[in-house]
Design a protein around this ligand. Structure first.
Ligand code: ZN
Length: 179
């Protein structure tokens, strides 16, 4: 696995709609290597919650949600859900349902747009259809931060950055350990 540099705003790959991954290639060495490099890269960034393939320079419809977010969500539940979840890998994702309820979510940021944060109008719940890293089709409903991340990452795959739709954008000095 290789830890890669994050592509920053201004790079054409972030403004270009990404290509679908052919289903027969999901389990190929090339795509599996990209996924493992993305995991390594996301893992190395302490405040990273999601990462889209264009952010490592690959114009492909793949994004990850960090296990940090998933395990945090599990801890808030009382029922018996297994912990130590792995990163969620979403290939060729499509949001198939948006809640009519939307909210201006505060503090949205992006690893490619350091260190700006702003408010973005997002649906509070969505359903995402995608292929997992084994090539199996999945549908997952989400609320809270997960719904928020799904929308942010799908925007990346369409060549859009949060900063283009955010209001009240602020630049916040990074903490010492995040620099
Ligand atoms: Zn982002």
């Amino acid at each position: 696995m290789t830890r890669l540099d994050i592509v920053e705003k201004g790079a054409p790959v972030l403004e270009t709609p990404a290509q679908a991954v052919p289903l027969s290639e999901i389990t190929s060495t090339r795509i599996q290597k990209i996924i493992s490099d993305m995991k390594e890269t996301l893992d190395s960034i302490s405040d990273g919650v999601g990462l889209a393939a264009p952010q490592i320079g690959e114009s492909l419809r793949i994004f990850l949600v960090s296990k940090r977010v998933l395990n945090r969500a599990v801890k808030h539940k009382k029922d018996d859900v297994p912990e130590n979840l792995e990163d969620l890998v979403c290939i060729n994702p499509t949001i198939i349902k948006y809640s009519k309820t939307k909210k201006w979510l505060e503090g949205e940021g992006c690893l490619s747009v350091r260190w700006y944060y702003g408010k973005v109008l997002r649906s509070t719940h969505v359903s995402l259809e995608y292929y997992d890293e084994k090539g199996k089709k999945q549908v997952r409903g989400a609320g809270g931060i997960l719904a928020h991340i799904f929308q942010h990452e799908c925007d990346h795959l369409d060549g859009q950055l949060f900063i283009d739709k955010a209001i009240d954008v602020e630049w916040l000095e990074p903490k010492e350990d995040e620099k």
